[in-house]
Structure formats: C-alpha cells, structure tokens
Design a protein around this ligand. Structure first.
Ligand SMILES: [Zn+2]
Length: 386
C-alpha cells in the first residue's frame, strides 16, 4: 500500500505528538522529548518554539543535568485556557470549571425537578454562565464545554435516546454551541467517566479497562487497547440492559430482567422493600449507622453488581474494573459482596491480574471526563491510521 501525506500534515502530526508528550509527562527537557518521540532534536526545537509562542507550553528551568549545561524544562501550560464539564443526571445537574489538565477550579450543581428539555436546558445555561463568570484570565479563555448524558449519543452530539430522561433526538450540541459560541462535545456519561478515570483517576496507563457507571441506571465505558470502544455506530456499553434474570422484571427498554433493575438506584423504588430512604447518600448514612434494611439492601445490590461484572469480565478479559457513578460512594458495603460473587463465578483464567476498584474521582468522574473531551477537542487530538 502506498501512503502519501503532504508536509503540512506531517508537521501537524509531529506537533501534536510533541504537545501530547509534554502534556502527559511534563516537566521534560527537549532532549527527553526527542528521545521519547523519536523525532530529531532540531524538529523538536522548532515545534516547541511554536508551542511556546502559542502559550501551550512554557519553559521553566533549569532542570537536572546529566553533565554539561542544565536544560530548561518544558511544561504543559494547564492554565492556557479552561473548560466546563457537566454531568446530566436523572435528578441533578453537576458542573465543574477545570484547567486543561482536569484540575477543578470551581464546582456547582443544581437539583432537577423534572426532565422537560426546555427546563433542563434553561438550568444548564444558568450553570454554564455562572462558571464562565468565575473563569480565570487566560490566553484562550473558555475553550470548550463537555457534557456527559445518561443515554446514547451520536457523533454529531445528538442525544438519540435517553430512556431515564424520556429524551429522544435532542440536538444538544448544536443548541449549546449556538448559545455559548464555543465548541461543545456530548458524550455518553459512562464513556466520559471512563475517560476521566483513564486520564486523571484510577486507570492511568491501563490498556484494557471496564468502567461501570452505577447510579440511576448502569452503563459501561469500554477501553480496549487504550482506546474507547464505541461499537459500529457508537452505542456500545449499554450493559445495564443485559439480561441477568431470564423471566425477570419488565424494563423500560422493552426487554426484561435487565441488570440495572437489580443493581442500580432503580431498586430503591421497589414498594415491596421497607427501605428507610430512596437516595444513595441517605442510604449510605443509614448503612453507616448500622440500619439493617439499608445494610441488607446494599449487600443484595453488591451481589447483583457482581453477577453483571462477572459476565463482563468473562466477555472482555480486562485488567481493571472501576466502579463509578453515584453508587461508588457505597463502596464500603457493595465492595465485599461484589468481589465475593466475582471470585465465585468468574472463569479461573480471568482472575489472574484482574483488579476491581471503586472510582478515585468519586461521583465527579463523568464531569471531569466530559471536560477532558473538550480539552482534547481544543488541542486537536489527531489520530492518523495508516
Ligand atoms: Zn432494559
């Protein structure tokens, strides 16, 4: 196969490689960048000079010398701009203002009374406007907005279907871009959460990750070989709707016995149970005080989580499972039954080098990950497949 590319494209690719190497590993000397990227020193110097002019890279020095003149160290300028990351949950909107490395500068949230799109959009605009006012002075200002939503999203930022919100075909990206005049990225919340863990949380340097977002429903962000797996049309990861009870309860998706009916916050609404509360933060408080029904409920949920996780481990052979979302706050009570069921049921080969952990970012993973998508969009994350 013959591959051609003009010089401008090659330069763009090299510049992106240099920028992302500095972003991920700074502080670095020019010599180290050259060594890590395989680009010659003159090329690295030219590209670094451009990145410094663009204020995306700064020089601070001098660093440690291996003999000879001490080198200036290159840093990614995390304050070149800021991004807004938002998570749309069933009962709440949460938002963060982040620097370009996911550092939280400001945080705010709003409780939703319903899911009518005009109402949710109005609250979202208010939250975004409030964060924009708080953004620090920077060369590029607000460079993007990322939103994580509990539903299926296509490549144009259209929310195709969000059963827990009752939304279909909502052109969220177009609407927000028209309002705020900055690039907007829309991601499925579990995919955003997986990106958050991969870049800033429990899963740095992990190649094969399953991120399970367990909250008002269950969704999964699947990372295979370091890349997010989206499926043929972008809808992969709807694991909350895999059947775990053949003749189980009917689900809003049209099937029955779906995993999320047994292992998410949906279980709180079962009238046959005598639960003392119907939200995770409240049940966590009850469990912490030893309340029997809360303890029993978390134990049962943990076992059901373990059953679904077992199916996923047997399917994907991941190195790491991260449990994120609202239920990650109940790790103390879910962790033991979940791990016990996985240990009992998973095929023996998979248990080697498999770790199950709860999110390091807690319930913030999705909005930080959504903000990260906006950062990547701004930096022009170039992927070239030859
Ligand atoms: Zn279902």
């Amino acid at each position: 196969m013959k591959v051609t590319g003009d010089q401008a494209l090659v330069k763009k690719i090299n510049k992106s490689i240099v920028l992302h190497t500095i972003r991920r590993h700074s502080p670095l000397s020019r010599a180290k960048v050259s060594e890590m990227t395989g680009l010659n020193k003159a090329t690295v110097s030219n590209l670094v000079a451009e990145l410094c002019t663009q204020e995306l890279v700064t020089e601070v020095g001098p660093g440690e010398s291996s003999g000879g003149r001490k080198p200036l160290m290159l840093h990614f300028n995390t304050m070149a701009g800021s991004v807004i990351g938002i998570e749309l949950r069933v009962k709440q909107l949460t938002a963060v203002l982040c620097d370009l490395s996911g550092g939280i500068l400001y945080e705010s949230d709003f409780s939703l009374e319903n899911h009518d799109f005009p109402y949710v959009l109005e609250q979202m605009k208010k939250l975004i406007s409030g964060l924009i006012i708080n953004a620090p002075e920077s060369p590029y200002g607000i460079v993007g907005i990322g939103v994580g939503v509990p539903g299926m999203v296509d490549e144009n930022g259209v929310v195709l279907f969000a059963p827990n919100l009752g939304w279909e075909m909502v052109e969220l990206r177009v609407i927000l871009e028209a309002q705020f005049s900055v690039p907007v990225t829309i991601d499925n919340e579990a995919n955003a959460g997986a990106q958050g863990e991969l870049n800033f949380g429990a899963a740095r340097e992990v190649r094969h990750l399953l991120y399970i977002s367990a909250g008002s429903g269950i969704g999964s962000g699947i990372i295979i070989g370091g890349e997010l797996y989206k499926g043929a049309r972008g809808y992969a990861g709807e694991t909350g709707h895999m059947t775990i009870e053949a003749q189980g309860k009917p689900c809003s998706c049209g099937s029955r016995g779906c995993w999320e009916l047994y292992a998410s916050e949906k279980t709180y609404d079962n009238p046959d149970l005598s639960l003392p509360a119907h939200t995770t933060p409240e049940l966590v408080r009850y469990a912490a005080s030893g309340q029997e029904d809360a303890l029993h409920h978390f134990s049962t949920m943990g076992e059901y989580l373990g059953i679904g996780v077992t199916n996923l481990i047997n399917s994907f052979n991941p190195e790491l499972i991260v449990i994120g979302g609202a239920l990650s706050e109940a790790e103390e009570w879910l962790g033991e039954p979940l791990r016990r069921v996985v240990a009992e049921r998973t095929l023996p080969y998979h248990k080697q080098q498999l770790e199950i952990t709860f999110s390091k970012l807690g319930s913030r993973g999705t909005m930080i990950g959504a903000g990260f998508s906006a950062v990547m969009h701004f930096l022009g994350d170039i992927r070239v497949t030859l």
